[in-house]
Design a binder for this molecule. Structure first.
Ligand code: SF4
Length: 330
């Protein structure tokens, strides 16, 4: 793809067009315009290079999930070419899937990464004690527990790290098709914008990549990834499936993140099922910490005699053993 087409595409994304609309517009000019993985890859590399040349101190946020590792891989290709360094920001939530720690150590060594690790300001258990379980009340991102949780575990430590390290350019693996909120974020702010709260330029090089683009790239370059993605349940797999949500597409596929997170309980029971089937000890610890009781209270709460009479510490294990799937959703 030539520079002019690349620029038009990025300009359209930055002016609030979704990837689909930008492609449609470019097809009006050139009916053969096609966006292949090679085009997407080249555009991501061009965008990274363009931004890295403009700023002094680059950081890439990495959770060691598939999207951030792909961005890390792309960034490494550009930084080797430009002979420019970058840091890797890792929010160590202490609630990563076990294989995350292995991949982090492997890439730190093999790719010679300089990792800046942040620590949570409050632990997940302290947060649930104080604010409740994320997403369990309202089930959307405005939920107070969700906001407090992401704030103390990720946002506040990130802000501090940005200030301490004086980064002025920040890359991440955010993609539009992960959720409504991310779609709107990409649509409103584009793939590169100044982020007021963090006080730096934020860039999403794979913002309009689909889950299949990400896996195609991983397979093409044999990029290492965590084993979580191969532990599917039903149609909840690494490539997953797509569905239309409020007029746009959402990819429902296995996601990395905090294994303890309860945000998906209302809309994607497969996430809890995956934890239960593939990480049974972690699932049981979560249930014993009070989640089983919370779910029972939510589901039976309207019929208080059922909850008060039939669900207590003694009967809990019996329920968990005989009807575990009942605790996959609220
Ligand atoms: S992803 Fe979930 S568990 Fe992790 S910080 Fe955010 S709300 Fe908390």
């Amino acid at each position: 793809m030539n520079e002019g087409v690349f620029k038009s595409y990025i300009d359209l994304l930055n002016s609030g067009h979704s990837s689909r609309k930008a492609i449609k517009k470019l097809r009006e000019k050139d009916k053969d315009f096609e966006l292949t993985l090679e085009n997407r890859e080249q555009m991501a590399l061009n965008l990274i290079e363009k931004e890295m040349k403009k700023y002094d101190k680059t950081v890439v946020a990495c959770s060691w999930g598939k999207d951030s590792v792909v961005v890390l891989h792309l960034l490494k290709r550009v930084s080797d070419k430009l002979d420019k360094e970058f840091d890797v920001l890792w929010n160590n939530t202490k609630f990563h899937y076990p294989d995350v720690y292995r991949l982090k150590d492997q890439l730190e060594k093999d790719w010679d990464l300089k990792i800046v690790e942040t620590k949570a300001e409050k632990s997940f258990w302290e947060i649930t004690e104080e604010f409740g379980w994320p997403g369990v009340n309202s089930g959307d991102r405005s939920d107070r527990a969700n906001q407090a949780c992401c704030y103390y575990i990720k946002k506040k430590p990130t802000k501090k790290a940005i200030k301490n390290n004086k980064w002025d350019l920040y890359f991440d693996g955010l993609t539009a098709y992960e959720s409504d909120r991310r779609y709107l974020n990409l649509k409103d702010y584009g793939v590169s914008h100044y982020h007021k709260t963090f006080g730096l330029q934020k860039v999403h090089p794979i913002g309009w990549w689909t889950v299949n683009d990400v896996w195609d790239y991983i397979e093409k370059y044999d990029v290492p990834y965590i084993d979580l993605y191969d532990k599917g349940v039903g149609k909840y797999t690494k490539r997953g499936y797509s569905e239309e949500q409020q007029g746009h597409r959402v990819d429902r596929a296995i996601r990395n993140g905090c294994w303890c997170c309860t945000l998906a309980l209302k809309y994607q029971p497969e996430k809890m099922k995956q934890l239960r089937e593939h990480y049974p000890k972690m699932w049981k610890a979560l249930m014993d910490k009070g989640l089983a009781k919370e779910i029972a209270k939510r589901k039976l709460g309207q019929q208080s005699t059922l909850f008060d009479g039939f669900f207590d510490e003694e009967t809990k294990d019996n329920y968990l053993e005989n009807r575990p799937c009942w605790f996959d959703k609220i």
